[in-house]
Write a protein that binds this ligand. Structure first.
Ligand code: AKG
Ligand code: FE2
Length: 257
């Protein structure tokens, strides 16, 4: 990842500062488009406030990113190898997955001092299937994840109550490109249980479990590689999801290659 970031080309619309309402709208459109077409690409997503008004980095470039996504598993040889590794395939088999496909992958940095929070959510909000219960996240800690640097927190048992919110594509040609239907429930903070893990640990995330991570105010980064699998047998991937398989990249099978 260090090499990828060293070679990173920062997209212009991430750098621009806007002086007019029109420019601001253009930037929003650019960002939304950059996100929604990132499913079959390796793209960079930045923390807030890392560029000055000339578009130059205020922080070291290696510490500017929130995440890289969403197709490392397909286009970056090392991440591809890890994703299809016998260990990962073995876990998937133990989970009883018959024809798992890889939906998306992300490298999340949770930078020291500025790593943003991930608000409470269920992954099925973004990766909706019918029936539910077909999506699993595999979250691999590349560094120790602690309560200080932004480990995951879960509400035990919350995977049993369905989902309350969905992110859906809006009709072609309209803006914004995505919208939410339903609402995230307000969760009692007390219900969340921290899930700190050591470097090298893997956390399996049920597609409907409510989880979150806090901002990172510590001096330690919390790098993870995370990807989502879907049992494709007898499952319908929603055409309303932001993420869609493309001609370029149909969802690859976990057990081949
Ligand atoms: O790493 C995080 O902070 C959040 C990750 C997450 O929500 C996921 O992998 O589904
Ligand atoms: Fe998540």
């Amino acid at each position: 990842m260090t090499e990828i970031v060293d070679q990173m080309d920062v997209p212009q619309h991430c750098r621009i500062t806007f002086s007019t309402y029109h420019e601001e709208q253009l930037q929003k459109q650019g960002n939304a488009d950059y996100f929604i077409t990132s499913g079959d690409k390796i793209r960079f997503f930045f923390e807030k406030g890392v560029f000055d008004d000339k578009g130059e980095f205020i922080v070291p470039k290696q510490q500017s990113l929130n995440k890289v996504g969403h197709a490392l598993h397909a286009y970056e040889p090392f991440f591809k190898k890890v994703t299809h590794s016998p260990k990962v395939q073995g876990i998937s088999m133990k989970l009883g997955l018959i024809s798992p496909v890889i939906l998306q992958s992300m490298y999340i940095f949770k930078q020291p001092g500025i790593g943003g929070e991930v608000t409470p959510h269920q992954d099925a909000t973004f990766l909706y299937t019918e029936p539910l219960g077909r999506v699993t996240g595999m979250w691999i800690a590349l560094e120790d994840a602690t309560v200080n640097n932004g480990c995951l927190w879960f509400i035990p048992g919350s995977q049993h109550s369905g989902i309350s919110r969905r992110m859906v594509r809006t009709p072609e040609g309209t803006f914004p490109l995505t919208d939410f239907t339903g609402r995230e429930k307000v969760y009692d903070d007390e219900k969340f249980i921290a899930a700190p893990v050591k470097k090298g640990g893997v956390v399996l995330i049920h597609g409907e479990v409510v989880h979150r991570s806090a901002e990172n105010k510590s001096d330690d980064s919390r790098h993870v590689y995370t990807f989502h699998l879907m049992e494709s047998q007898d499952t319908q991937w929603s055409p309303d999801n932001w993420l869609q398989p493309t001609d370029e990249l149909p969802f690859p099978s976990l057990y081949t290659k």
